[in-house]
Design a binder for this molecule. Structure first.
Ligand SMILES: Cc1cc2nc3c(=O)[nH]c(=O)nc-3n(C[C@H](O)[C@H](O)[C@H](O)COP(=O)(O)OP(=O)(O)OC[C@H]3O[C@@H](n4cnc5c(N)ncnc54)[C@H](O)[C@@H]3O)c2cc1C
Length: 417
């Protein structure tokens, strides 16, 4: 089934009776070439690119809940490629390029909106750091513009420029950054994978990983055993638990990150705005809600809900930056479990077990990575070689200390920065 304006018109005039389910709700077979554990954004995009780029379609995605019920449907939808360090820089640049053709490729409206992201800076030192980051982004081939305070006042007139604590000096703008509708991204990839023959199996929890003589043989699930030649662990916040089923101890800690949305308002915030000093960022959804968030909840947890001190902290930061936000009513808040790596950068790699692959460490930035991660992961699983854009996302950097990418400069304990 292809989507088009004509199709919408025809369905509208004929009672919307021609739409079909977006994907087959498959039941598990006894064996697959590839089993993907986790039906989030990264698992689904990996399945899609395995089928599309490598012709590997005897694939199952096993999801313990429902597709898109994890972080892929819980994030604040920011898509950008403004990383500084080699490794991250080329990977996120690759991902943003895939975003730019995604709707046409999937024939699915993921509402990708390149409205621009502005990262504020508040001192001369931070301005220098922003200039360096902007130069690194441009060297990578991406866009970056430094905005003076005068330019900033024109595009973000609602900020409080008179506040004493964090005076605003300017901002770094990436025009190609923006937002996308998070669950549509999961649905679009699910549809594309299912159309190419991938089995998407919901309510199927992996409870064990079968390994014989150092080689993966399959998985145990709540719906029986499934044999597989290759198994990919792509479970974000649950990475440590699932990897432990294969006897691995990953350098990953799981932490809660919260998000908030207000009632629908008339358009007032055109960009994504990041206020790093205050741990606050915000954008406005197409429905009108102000979508915003802040920092981690500061303790390791598998509970997908947050605590009140962080709620207060985020609200204070919002009021500091843009007092007008005090007029809006918060409708909802929620939390997701983040797979925090010690250097804040991801892992796309083979594991010490033959045929078992790892994709994790996305921290709070894995939504923007969904296309790039799936593309590079599929390449790794299909060819056993890393994709050029993900060559530095190696697991052993945490053992050897070589190639660490401490993007945030916060070190291994994110709660102490
Ligand atoms: C509040 C919040 C805001 C965020 N904001 C942004 C943002 O603005 N921009 C950005 O780039 N990133 C953001 N992120 C991060 C981003 O959402 C995640 O990094 C990314 O979605 C993680 O990858 P995923 O989509 O594959 O994860 P998930 O959707 O969590 O997928 C993992 C899946 O694995 C399944 N699973 C786990 N264990 C098992 C098992 N044993 N058997 C079978 N299935 C299993 C889970 O049920 C889940 O569906 C945010 C996250 C949160 C929580």
């Amino acid at each position: 089934m292809r989507f088009s304006g004509l199709r919408v018109l025809r369905e509208g005039l004929t009672g919307n009776r021609g739409w079909q389910a977006h994907w087959r709700d498959a039941s598990p077979k006894a064996a697959y070439d590839v089993v993907i554990i986790g039906g989030g954004g990264h698992g689904l995009s990996t399945a899609y690119y395995l089928a599309r780029e490598h012709g590997i379609t005897n694939v199952a995605v096993l999801e313990k809940g429902y597709l898109g019920g994890g972080n892929v449907g819980r994030n604040t939808t920011i898509v950008r490629a403004n990383y500084f360090l080699p490794g991250n820089s080329e990977f996120y640049s690759h991902s943003l390029k895939l975003w730019e053709g995604l709707e046409q490729e999937l024939n699915y409206n993921v509402m990708h909106s390149q409205r621009g992201q502005i990262v504020l800076f508040h001192s001369d030192g931070q301005r220098d750091a922003a200039i360096r980051r902007g130069n690194a982004m441009r060297n990578q081939g991406d866009d970056a513009e430094l905005l003076s305070i005068g330019q900033l006042k024109k595009v973000l007139p609602y900020l409080d420029y008179d506040q004493g604590r964090f005076p605003i000096y300017g901002g770094l703008l990436q025009r190609r950054a923006g937002t996308a509708r998070h669950d549509a991204v999961a649905w679009g990839y699910a549809r594309g994978a299912s159309e190419r023959g991938v089995d998407l199996i919901q309510n199927c929890e992996v409870t064990g990983i079968d390994i014989e003589g150092g080689v993966v043989k399959g998985v145990q699930t709540s719906r029986g055993a499934i044999r597989a030649k290759k198994v990919a662990i792509i479970v974000a916040g649950r990475s440590s638990q699932v990897a432990a089923m294969a006897g691995m101890r990953l350098p990953i800690e799981s932490h809660v990150l919260q998000a908030f949305v207000t009632e629908g308002l008339k358009p007032c915030i055109d960009h994504v705005v990041s206020f790093g000093m205050g741990h606050f960022y915000i954008s406005q959804s197409d429905k009108g809600g102000l979508v915003f968030g802040g920092d981690l909840d500061m303790y390791a947890s598998y509970a997908a809900r947050g605590n009140l001190p962080l709620v207060e902290h985020v609200m204070e930061a919002g009021m500091t930056l843009m007092p007008m936000i005090g007029q809006a009513k918060v409708l909802r808040s929620w939390g997701g479990i983040m797979d925090m790596s010690p250097d804040g950068s991801p892992i796309i790699d083979r594991s010490p077990v033959e045929g078992l692959y790892l994709n994790c460490g996305w921290c709070y930035g894995g939504f923007k990575a969904v296309p790039g991660s799936g593309h590079c992961m599929a390449h790794l699983v299909a060819t056993d070689r890393p994709h050029t854009a993900a060559e530095r996302l190696r697991l052993d950097r945490f053992r050897t200390g070589r190639g660490l990418m401490d993007e945030e400069g916060t070190g291994a304990q994110h709660n102490l920065h």
